[in-house]
Design a binder for this molecule. Structure first.
Ligand code: SF4
Length: 391
């Protein structure tokens, strides 16, 4: 696995970074056919149905199993030394599939396999600490979510215990080079929405391993919960509105629509006060029928108050209510990301300053690569990166 320094040194010019950014956007839109043994992650919350690879040293999750992947021009091929990404048979980049983590062969004293407690997402250790959600299986279920899928398949533990998670964190750091921890949770009907339990888990893991931690939860009824989360030593927060289009939010995530987009902004403002600019993030999923202008406007408003909008193209989760959807086109993702990334860079709210979590990892988003392109660009006054026609 490359170090952060190796990753930086492999992207020497803005042009290289542009080329890589375009490839990342293409792969996230079209998927990758795998012609070689490969570590993948089906089902669950987060980057479900994903292959995990390093492309030219940059981490990427990419659809590999969904039906639409059959039509992709991209393949992963084994080479004499290492692997390559090919487009219509022509090599376009070097690749290194994530190895099976060594800690997957370990288990707790009571016999629970470590891989049922937490998983490696490239160099981030991730877990859904409460694998049930108050909304799962009823009219409130978020349409894009797959939290119950891996539980039903027996691939995970329903409630992860802090002491088990702490054990796994130490092993993931020592044996597999984990650099941070990303924790999410299903929502609860409790007034804290599960925030205090996921933070307690994060606290135990950080205490044991020393790794920085992001925890993700819904806006709690009482914002002082955020102070208690901060007091537990958590580094970064994910409070995910998912979309800035209220009509789409009402359709795809009814409980979040009832919370209301304004309440997300209130919660973020409070959280930024405690955690600092850039340490509070929100997922923004593209390709669910939203008005793109509302998305860009919402992202910029979030950036203005110090919140990092983590833009990701929709990745349909098998077993979710959107299992048959397809990701947005590369042009759509490209157009929105290229309006948000310069805004982030201008305000100094970039991924490299995020301590932990998805916005630090960036494997599910094109934003990190785009930011790098912009930061490397040496043309004075250059604001936007030209879009390369790869259709
Ligand atoms: S961005 Fe988040 S969900 Fe995606 S691989 Fe990284 S830690 Fe996992």
């Amino acid at each position: 696995m490359p170090t952060a320094e190796e990753v930086r040194s492999r992207i020497p010019t803005a042009e290289d970074a542009d080329r890589l950014t375009n490839l990342i956007i293409d792969l996230q839109a079209r998927g990758l056919r795998i012609n070689t043994p490969f570590e993948r992650r089906p089902g669950g919350a987060g980057p479900s149905d994903s292959g995990m690879i390093w492309i030219e040293g940059t981490p990427l999750t990419v659809p590999v199993d969904a039906n639409f992947v059959e039509g992709t021009p991209f393949t992963l091929e084994a080479e004499d030394v290492g692997f390559g990404i090919y487009r219509d048979g022509q090599r376009v980049a070097s690749a290194a599939p994530a190895n099976r983590p060594k800690f997957y062969d370990m288990e707790t004293a009571d016999g629970t396999p470590y891989w049922q407690i937490a998983l490696m997402h490239l160099d981030s250790l991730a877990s859904t600490v409460l694998q049930t959600c108050a909304y799962w299986g009823n009219d409130d279920q978020c349409r894009f979510c797959g939290i119950g899928v891996s539980l039903d398949a027996g691939r995970t533990v329903k409630v992860k215990r802090p002491e088990h998670l702490a054990e796994v964190a130490v092993a993931a750091k020592n044996h597999d080079g984990a650099v941070d921890i990303t924790l999410t949770t299903g929502s609860t009907y409790g007034r804290d929405r599960g925030a205090l339990y996921v933070a307690k888990c994060g606290h135990a893991m950080k205490e044991a391993s020393g790794l920085p931690v992001e925890v993700q939860f819904e806006p709690p009824d009482d914002l002082s919960v955020i102070d208690r989360v901060a007091d537990l030593g958590v580094d970064s927060l994910g409070i995910h509105v998912e979309t800035f289009d209220p009509a789409v939010l009402a359709r795809i995530a009814p409980p979040k629509a009832r919370t209301g987009i304004e309440r997300y902004f209130e919660t973020w403002e409070y959280a930024v006060e405690r955690f600092g600019e850039g340490q509070v993030t929100t997922y923004v999923i593209l390709g669910m029928g939203e008005d793109p202008d509302l998305v860009v406007e919402g992202c910029k408003r979030a950036v203005d108050i110090g919140v990092y909008p983590f833009i990701v193209p929709l990745r349909p989760v098998p077993g979710s209510l959107m299992a048959d959807a397809i990701p947005p086109t590369r042009e759509y993702t490209d157009r929105i990301a290229r309006q948000v990334a310069p805004y982030l860079v201008e305000r100094g709210l970039t991924a490299d300053k995020v301590q932990a979590g998805c916005a630090r990892c960036q494997a599910c988003s094109p934003l990190g690569a785009l930011e790098q392109s912009l930061q490397l660009a040496d043309t004075p006054g250059r604001k936007l990166i030209p879009v390369m026609d790869v259709s």
